[in-house]
Design a protein around this ligand. Structure first.
Ligand code: NDP
Ligand code: 8X3
Length: 259
């Protein structure tokens, strides 16, 4: 496949684990320079060193909690001025708990809303403005099938991902007439630290999520991300849904162990 992204610069939020880390690795292998963010600095620094050594790309790291609007507005602009961003991957996100709404934790709701919606907005506002000035850029948001079909206990998480999907549509409307492209990847079950975070490290609950079938890996999502980001400039893949073969929607999941 023609490499159309080598030499570009990508900002990946939540690059310390799972899908964000896998996308960072794939982008680096394609010769894309990186700005990697997340809260766990040791992981960021180790990944940066590894990718700089192996792939000969420039990697900048930034410890950033996307919920912290002041920090985003203080820390990000100087980096964006120095290294204009061609690709933004809005990946940082999480689910917490699986309780019915009336038994839910307000604190957990706020963390999900602040990260998955507001954090994405804080970062995107700064990056998209600069993309508009340059009349180019590609933004890829991590949505979820949870944003399309609600499941019991998913309530606030599902709502945050539905918001991400609608924001992708709205942002596309806002950049009509520019060369900026905006898309969402909506995955089903991906085996990452997602369920460790959701269940507060409860290994039994976490393992049960992926029992009896082969879930997607973070690398599967990174492959799709690379396909979308590497598409020719006239191609804007706005929404891509991806699930394990054993899963057809959040309810239909074949756990008989054959797939
Ligand atoms: P992981 O838990 O493995 O990774 C989440 C990443 O997000 C980490 O790098 C974490 O970094 C970062 N992050 C979380 N909160 C913040 C914050 N406040 N500020 C900055 N970074 C943050 O999960 P996944 O890789 O699976 O999830 C990535 C995205 O994919 C999420 O948006 C998730 O909703 C979505 N998704 C996941 C699916 C799955 O089944 N795994 C399916 C569908 C969508 P750190 O802790 O260092 O800050
Ligand atoms: C993650 C997929 O189905 O666990 O967004 O919500 S699901």
């Amino acid at each position: 496949m023609t490499n159309r992204i080598g030499g570009k610069t990508a900002l990946v939020t939540g690059a310390t684990a799972g899908i964000g880390e896998a996308i960072a690795r794939r982008l680096a292998a394609a010769g894309v320079h990186l700005i990697l963010t997340g809260r766990r600095t040791q992981r960021l620094d180790a990944l940066a060193r590894e990718l700089e050594d192996r792939e000969a790309v420039a990697v900048t790291t930034l410890r950033l909690d996307v919920r912290d609007r002041e920090a985003v507005e203080r820390e990000l602009p100087p980096i964006l001025e120095k290294s204009p961003v061609d690709i933004l991957v809005n990946n940082a996100g999480l689910a917490l708990g699986l309780e019915p709404l009336d038994k839910g934790s307000v604190e957990e709701w706020e963390r999900m809303i602040d990260t998955n919606i507001k954090g994405l907005l804080y970062v995107t506002r700064l990056v998209m403005g600069r993309m508009r000035e340059r009349n180019r850029g590609h933004i890829l948001n991590l949505g979820s099938i949870a944003g399309e079909v609600a499941y019991p206990g998913g309530n606030v998480y599902c709502a945050t991902k539905a918001a991400v999907h609608m924001l992708t549509e709205a942002m596309n409307a806002d950049v009509l007439g520019t060369r900026i492209r905006i898309g969402t990847i909506a995955p089903g079950a991906v085996d990452t630290e997602f369920s460790d975070v959701r269940f507060g490290g409860d290994k039994t609950k976490r393992d049960a999520v992926y029992e009896g079938y082969t879930p997607l890996s973070a690398e599967d999502i990174a492959d799709l991300a690379l396909y979308i980001l590497n598409a020719p400039e006239h191609v804007n893949i706005q929404h891509a849904r991806i699930m394990p073969t054993a899963q057809r929607n959040p309810y239909l999941l074949d756990r008989d162990g054959t797939i």
